[in-house]
Write a protein of this length. Structure first.
Length: 252
């Protein structure tokens, strides 16, 4: 969940657009010693591979495990209600206790979407007939909210834990909630806006504690436990929290 990684498309697939069925992705990891497959809610399949693994090797590995992938996807389908792609009328962000009513205001000949937020109303102006442009605008807005709301929380927890960091980045990772680099940069997933405040707090503590231990050793978990005694239960909840991320965001 906390690897520093780069995602690459599998089989030269086109980049997914809002509303399309989730597909496959490959994540190259410096830590990986062998190929592995992860299946996420709503059907996304991630193949984790060591560096310098050939595309042919990855393709063969996926084909060999096709039946297992199908079974895992079917199992998730029983737990997660399939969602059709629908642009939101309301966006609820429980992590920061904020709700926005969304209004779409088309403008003739517009080629993009602009965002304005005031008094709980989020207005999308411009080419609102384009689902992609609307989602891009919503993502930009969410990124700004996350940056504004997460920074003071992370800074306060850094003081409590005594673990400084260099920078905070907001990302939209498809497979992890957060990460910390060896240089001290903490990356937080903007999707954390959709989880509970206690899960957001736990994830921040988790990444801050990697400043003391860049691993998941017993010493690391002992340090986490000093600041969040319920870390086992919260870590388990966080693993299931992807279903709180709305389908329109395009994560799965």
């Amino acid at each position: 969940m906390h690897d520093t990684a780069v995602q690459l498309p599998l089989f030269n697939a086109e980049q997914e657009q809002p509303g399309q069925q989730s597909g496959f992705s490959v994540r190259k990891s410096k830590r990986a010693k062998r190929l592995s497959i992860k299946v996420y809610p709503r059907g996304r399949v991630e193949v984790v591979v060591p560096n310098r693994t050939s595309a042919r090797t990855v393709k063969s590995f996926v084909e060999e495990n096709a039946e297992w992938i199908d079974r895992a996807r079917d199992s998730f389908a029983e737990q997660y209600t399939p969602e059709s792609f629908v642009l939101p009328d309301v966006v609820q962000l429980p992590a920061v206790d904020r709700t926005a009513i969304v209004r779409y205001q088309p403008e003739p000949d517009a080629r993009s979407v602009r965002i304005r937020f005031s008094n709980g109303i989020l207005r999308l102006h411009g080419n609102t007939a384009s689902e992609k442009d609307c989602v891009d605008g919503l993502r930009r807005w969410l990124s700004g909210i996350a940056r504004k709301e997460f920074e003071p929380r992370l800074r306060a927890l850094s003081s409590v834990t005594g673990t400084p960091y260099e920078k905070m980045h907001i990302r939209m990772q498809r497979t992890c909630w957060g990460s910390r680099s060896s240089s001290g940069t903490i990356s937080l997933n903007l999707c954390l806006l959709f989880v509970s405040p206690e899960l957001l707090r736990y994830l921040m503590i988790h990444e801050l504690c990697h400043g003391g231990y860049m691993n998941h050793s017993e010493h690391f978990w002992r340090m986490v436990g000093q600041y969040e005694p319920r870390y086992r239960a919260l870590d388990k909840q966080l693993g299931k929290a992807w279903k709180a991320v709305p389908a329109w965001l395009g994560i799965y």
